[in-house]
Design a protein around this ligand. Sequence first.
Ligand SMILES: Cc1cc2nc3c(=O)[nH]c(=O)nc-3n(C[C@H](O)[C@H](O)[C@H](O)COP(=O)(O)OP(=O)(O)OC[C@H]3O[C@@H](n4cnc5c(N)ncnc54)[C@H](O)[C@@H]3O)c2cc1C
Length: 387
Amino acid sequence: MSNALIESEEHRALRAAVAALGARYGRSYMETVVREGKHTDELWAEAGKLGYLGVNLPEEYGGGGGGIAELSIVLEELGAAGCPLLLMVVSPAICGTVIARFGTEDQKRTWLPGLADGSRKMAFGITEPDAGSNSHRITTTARRDGDDWLLTGRKVFISGVDIADATMIVGRTEDSRTGKLKPCLFIVPREAPGFGYRQIPMEVSAPEKQFELTIDEVRLPADALVGDEDAGLLQLFAGLNPERIMTAAFGLGMARYALTTAVDYATTRQVWKTPIGAHQAIAHPLAQSHIELELARLMMQKAAFLYDAGDDMGAGEAANMAKYAAGEATVKAVDQAVHTLGGNGLATEYGLASLITGARVARIAPVSREMILNFVSHTTLGLPKSY
Ligand SMILES: Cc1cc2nc3c(=O)[nH]c(=O)nc-3n(C[C@H](O)[C@H](O)[C@H](O)COP(=O)(O)OP(=O)(O)OC[C@H]3O[C@@H](n4cnc5c(N)ncnc54)[C@H](O)[C@@H]3O)c2cc1C
């Protein structure tokens, strides 16, 4: 019988080791970094050196030879310690995976060792102002100019562009036979002439910032294109499914941190005869959240297992469901944690209120709750479409 849903000895050891690293940094490190407008350089570098950032990447390119199952454990445990690394969702999970699966030998040698040891980072840009959730409408377009590509378009909400050496941009090329636009992936260096990025003011308390990109006739060499020009959506989803699984891990870690803080508080805070945690109105919602987080993690593990086993179609459905379940459980857990602390839930000292907006990210990005419900309605249940 397969024991895919029961964590192996190695996975448990990885969890414990990453949790120990996270404990050395913790929430106070994150809060200091955010307050001082810095980045998580120390933690990122140490996690890279220990092999955690590249745990999913092939060994021959400096990775750990594991998969998204292992990478999601790393992100979840750092989050549970209060110091999640959001760029793990894009740099090793999307960009690293897509390059490892579809890149040329040269692209693999150029990028994977650096993404694995953390010395290089890559952001990922698909969202556009006029397309939003409807990524079929993206208009960022690459056209050939001799051997080069000229890329033009706009992107919004792209995380970490300022600290990434390059951004993997989802654009389109024109099919010479049909004239139709096909999705394609390009690696665009941050300093490429014509590539502009402007920070979007956001109410999310995190060291990773979001940017609007203006891509104005950016000239790229032929080998900036990752993968086959004709493989289109298949290659794209090879990166988007890990992104969904990793967003689930990001949410679960944050929610576990919030729940632990709330449980500690409810165990000691006493305003009547017993600690507040003895009141079922406080205890039951926390217990409910714990159950919901465990259930969401099971779905995340299923999605990671299917993805790592090469079942892209099966992983797609499970990754959507895991992202949905984790996003909803995270929003609820953080809300309940804040409430459990009463006024202290909103006090800076306890560090929970700043998670309220962070938790919402897991509900809206990279694909919103509604678009997942649409996917399940149409693809799983076969219901008709309204759009
Ligand atoms: C903190 C943060 C970081 C991000 N990082 C990145 C990144 O690194 N790279 C990147 O490419 N993007 C990134 N994003 C963008 C994110 O993926 C998008 O915000 C998300 O996909 C939703 O797109 P939108 O904001 O344009 O919303 P819209 O598409 O305008 O949707 C607005 C609302 O309408 C609902 N809606 C839309 N269509 C339908 C429909 N057919 N049926 C029902 N409801 C519908 C949506 O669910 C949503 O609630 C980030 C966003 C945030 C907040």
